[in-house]
Design a protein. Structure first.
Length: 265
């Protein structure tokens, strides 16, 4: 039986999903976000086909994100496009929309066998992760890299350009993106609109999001400050772009608030 642990204060729409593998070691390809995206959509469709259909509309904001797929222990192999995992696996899922959380988590509980990139896993535990009370002033760490883009003229045509944290436009576009998400979610602008990100560490990542299509993004450690409303939207549904493909998920560094041991089902 899968156990679900709910946090002790309030509702949360962030979940830790732990899995066991049918075999060990198990492979995890470096470019695996599109596999997890497929899992999210399949499980949502299982519970709520109408919602799944809406989420497939490219014009509809998705308002969810997820982390990279991680293993309790990893072994990297020279020249291989994957690593070996041991002792179980896990990833995180977060959303600002209860309907999405209910459908995805419900779909996992209804069908706990998960097939990804030729490996078979079983959902062992789903844990509700409590949200921090405040985000401004906290140090945040990415669980999946942040993607920010802009359009630039090249050879007479507008082409999409991947921005990095050394470029001022990276921060301007990231803030505007959060503001757009907030307005789409709540139908109004936040009381405070200013945010700042002080990047402590930045590491580039190039991931294949579709066959032959790559996205340059950034693993970051940064201190966030400013509008709690905008920062919370970033925490819930992701910073930057392409969140529903698995970009932009963050955690608070060192945040280890305990979970209630009650309400197991």
């Amino acid at each position: 039986m899968i156990s679900i642990l709910r946090c002790s204060r309030g509702d949360t729409l962030r979940f830790s999903i732990r899995l066991t593998s049918q075999s060990e070691p198990f492979k995890v390809p470096f470019n695996h976000l599109h596999y997890l995206q497929g899992l999210v959509y399949r499980r949502i469709q299982r519970i709520n086909p109408e919602l799944s259909l809406k989420l497939h509309n490219p014009k509809i904001p998705k308002f969810f994100t997820f982390s990279l797929f991680m293993a309790e222990k990893r072994e990297f192999l020279d020249g291989r496009p994957y690593f070996h995992g041991y002792n179980g696996a896990y990833f995180y899922f977060s959303t600002a929309v209860p309907e999405i959380a209910e459908a995805f988590i419900g779909g996992l509980l209804q069908e706990p066998l998960v097939e990804l990139w030729g490996e078979r896993f079983f959902v062992k535990e789903v844990k509700a992760v409590p949200e921090p009370k405040t985000l401004s002033g906290r140090k945040l760490v990415t669980l999946s890299p942040v993607a920010v883009t802009t359009l630039k003229m090249q050879f007479g045509k507008l082409k999409r350009y991947d921005l990095g944290p050394t470029e001022p436009e990276f921060y301007d576009n990231l803030r505007e993106n959060l503001l757009e998400k907030y307005v789409a979610l709540y139908g109004k602008e936040p009381e405070e609109k200013d945010i700042g990100l002080d990047v402590i560490l930045a590491k580039p990542k190039r991931l294949e999001v579709k066959p032959g299509i790559y996205q340059r993004a950034w693993h970051l450690v940064f201190r966030a400050r400013g509008s709690e409303e905008l920062l919370r939207v970033g925490y819930q549904v992701g910073f930057g772009e392409k969140n529903s493909i698995g970009f932009g998920m963050v955690k608070v560094d060192g945040y280890k608030r305990g979970l209630s041991k009650g309400n197991r089902v």
